[in-house]
Design a protein around this ligand. Structure first.
Ligand code: TRP
Ligand code: ZN
Length: 474
């Protein structure tokens, strides 16, 4: 199905289900008495040991349609999020993740009001009038309002909906998405997205993917953005505020949309440089990692105050109050488009598959553009690293953003390169993201992939570098 057909398909389905034209199969009165219940609740978590409450079981989301209005005076949103999903079991009820003080005023399943309750910190438990048959597609529509609250986790920092001086920025890694929309918040359930955001005229809205038409009405402007490739909720992004936007295209013709917050102290021409460098790096990385995975690229240089950059899909966010975004940071976040965004680990313990490759992208950038050999970056990191105590491929919930994951992740890749040689290694860099494009991966998948490609048994090598604490000898 073409991208356009699929989008229209959703629209037709949304209308049909809302009108009640599609009869949901239900238990009939004359069904034979059953002992085991025919329908059962979906699991409240997706099985990540680090984040047991994140995600849910029993269904698979294919599309999120988020429509929200933002009032910068009160910082409040009012929103309706509609989710298209398919049941993977016979469901009597199911959960979505939804966090914080937003109040739900209406919730329907397949166009009919459904019972719901908030449970624990992040479970929204939904009981439709009728059970949902395994394999059937259903629509959940949730209307809610309030002032979203960001997450401030001692180990993971700030995430979710972050209010800024002139608007808000939503950054969802790893647990922020549920602060502003009901979501199956697991990397294992990617979906396409439409984000439609209404703000007072004068403010700009940026998000993942392709811009749609902008409409003005009664002093308010509505922006629409569409992500047509599967996206994990941790990589969804919204930026509302005063921005200078630069549009161009990459050499292979993809739209390249970048924006710099107006409050940021920039030098003349910095918007052009940011835009051009982004396109160049995407092009260069495509030459190593294979075809770029999304329809457009870009980036947002914003003053958010979270103190990190994030590889939000198709359009990373660089949180910096001043100066320009450095080339190696661009190479890192854009490298993530292949490693992390297109290929996404199912479990957070495998985040080295994102950060190791993204850090290696910085080393490759340093070699290509600044004449610093990768071998030198490796040697310096190997010599200077103080903490060798953790396990890269299972660092622990509070350590997923530790230097260990980034540095030892990249060192593992370089050690692999020294072991299998440049030819095989650059094949890995290209074939790994090509083979698992837009999918989910794990460390085990990676090890098996490299072993198959090289026809070598590398279990001991990976055991030493990924799972054994302590400094590996060379
Ligand atoms: N994953 C981000 C990157 O490497 C960085 C990041 C996101 C981060 N959240 C964080 C770093 C929290 C430290 C703390 O591009
Ligand atoms: Zn990173």
């Amino acid at each position: 199905m073409g991208r356009f057909d699929r989008r229209r398909g959703y629209l037709v389905m949304i209308c049909a289900l809302a009108l009640g034209l599609v009869a949901a199969p239900s238990l009939t009165a004359n069904a034979a008495p059953v002992r085991a219940p025919l329908f059962s609740p979906g699991a409240p978590g997706a099985g990540d040991p680090y984040f047991p409450d994140m995600g849910n079981g029993g269904y698979d989301v294919s599309h999120y349609d988020i429509r929200l209005a933002f009032d910068p005076r009160t910082k409040a949103i009012s929103a309706t999020t509609t989710i298209v999903a398919r049941a993977t079991q016979n469901l009597s009820r199911f959960d979505l993740d939804f966090l914080g003080p937003l109040k739900i005023s209406k919730l329907s399943v397949n166009g009919r009001d459904a019972a719901f309750a908030r449970s624990g910190a992040q479970e929204l438990v939904i009981t439709p009038r009728h059970g949902l048959w395994r394999g059937s597609t259903f629509l959940v529509s949730v209307t809610y309002a309030g002032v979203p609250q960001k997450i401030d986790d001692p180990a993971l920092g700030l995430s979710g909906w972050v209010a800024t001086k002139d608007g808000a920025v939503a950054l969802n890694q790893p647990i922020g998405a549920a602060t502003y929309y009901p979501v199956n918040d697991t990397t294992g359930d990617k979906a396409t997205y439409t984000q439609t955001v209404t703000v007072p005229t004068g403010l700009t809205v940026l998000a993942n993917g392709e811009p749609g038409p902008t409409t003005k009405h009664n002093g308010r402007t509505t922006f629409r953005w569409q992500m047509n490739q599967p996206m994990a909720s941790e990589l969804a992004m919204l930026a509302i505020g005063r921005y200078n936007v630069t549009r161009s295209a990459t050499a292979d013709g993809r739209p390249n949309i970048t924006a710099i917050g107006r409050s940021i102290d920039t030098k003349p021409g910095q918007g052009q440089v940011f835009n051009r460098t982004t396109a160049q790096i995407v092009q260069w990385e495509s030459s190593m990692y294979g075809r770029y995975p999304f329809d457009s690229t870009g980036g947002i240089h914003a003053d958010v105050g979270v103190h990190y950059a994030l590889e939000t899909q198709g359009r990373p966010v660089y949180d910096q109050r001043t100066s320009k975004v450095s080339g190696d940071l661009l190479a890192h976040e854009l490298g993530h488009q292949w490693f992390g965004d297109s290929l996404t680990p199912v479990h957070w313990s495998d985040i080295w598959l994102n950060e190791g490759f993204a850090t290696y992208s910085e080393w490759l950038y340093q070699e290509k553009f600044n004449g610093v050999p990768v071998q030198q970056s490796f040697a310096e990191t190997y010599a200077n690293e103080k903490d060798w105590s953790g396990k890269v491929a299972d660092p622990g919930r509070d350590q997923i953003f530790d230097d260990l994951v980034y540095n030892r992740g990249a060192m593992t890749l370089h050690a692999l390169r020294l072991k299998i040689g440049d030819r095989a290694f650059f094949q890995v860099l290209r074939q790994w993201p090509t083979t698992y494009r837009h999918g989910n991966v794990s460390t085990q998948t990676f090890i098996r992939f490299v072993e198959r490609l090289t026809h070598r048994d590398l279990d001991t090598f990976f055991q030493t570098w990924l799972y054994q604490p302590g400094k590996p000898s060379l």
